[in-house]
Design a protein around this ligand. Structure first.
Ligand code: CA
Length: 230
């Protein structure tokens, strides 16, 4: 039996929380509940989730603070922010602080489900499309360690494959070098780490970019990191 996708719901309003839980459990997700920001922090420090539904306005620690904090700690779990109507500004800042998507209350459960599935597909290419997936205009084959563009195949190293998977799982978001290092090299950032990453990105670009001097797939964001745009 396939393992269930587990979702953490962080929501202080009981009615919404219960409706979400019942609906998602019915959709065959495994659901964990946090009723305030503090509780969410405790739970996330002990367990991994496939997705977090995070209310913006929470007692004790706000959704925005939580999201910022988790991203700074290198947590890559996809986050969908739940915002109340009229919090347009908050929505935008929700994405800036590293949320993957947001949905405005009141929303229909069907709409939420569609967002959840879209985020899961985007952030977990392996689960969504197996070990072969599209990355920009390339087809990536992880088991064969190759990328294909217009029927031209290029071999990639295992590390380059991991890098591609990480970028594919985190599109349109600036990824700081220390986050890459932590997740792809499983190591804490050092000065040497910075050079290692930059060397590998250069090598990877030579394999996947049409013109690696003007990268279109993996862009450098000066002073911030790298970004995969799709
Ligand atoms: Ca709330």
């Amino acid at each position: 039996m396939e393992e269930k996708i587990n979702i953490l719901i962080v929501e202080d309003e009981e009615n919404i929380r219960n409706a979400l839980r019942d609906f998602l459990e019915f959709q065959n997700f495994e659901v964990t509940i946090a009723t305030d920001g503090q509780q969410a922090q405790d739970i996330v420090s002990k367990r991994q989730f496939n997705l977090i539904l995070l209310d913006l306005m929470l007692p004790k620690v706000s959704g925005e603070e939580l999201c910022t904090q988790w991203r700074q700690q290198g947590l890559v779990t996809p986050i969908i922010m739940l915002t109340a109507k009229g919090q347009e500004k908050d929505k935008i800042s929700g994405l800036n602080i590293g949320a993957d998507d947001y949905i405005t209350k009141p929303f229909s459960l069907e709409e939420l489900l569609a967002r959840i599935n879209a985020v899961l597909r985007r952030t977990d290419p392996a689960r969504a499309v197996g070990q072969v997936f599209k990355f920009a205009d390339l087809e990536v084959d992880i088991p064969e360690l190759k990328v294909t563009r217009d029927s031209t195949e290029t071999k990639i190293s295992a590390r380059e494959a991991q890098l591609i998977q990480y970028f594919a799982a985190n599109p349109n978001r600036i990824i700081p070098r220390d986050e890459l290092y932590q997740n792809v090299w499983n190591d804490t950032m050092t000065e040497l780490g910075t050079r290692t990453i930059d060397m590998h990105i250069a090598k990877l670009r030579s394999r996947i970019e049409i013109n690696s001097a003007q990268p279109q797939i993996i862009k450098t964001v000066r002073g911030a990191g790298y970004k995969y745009e799709c």
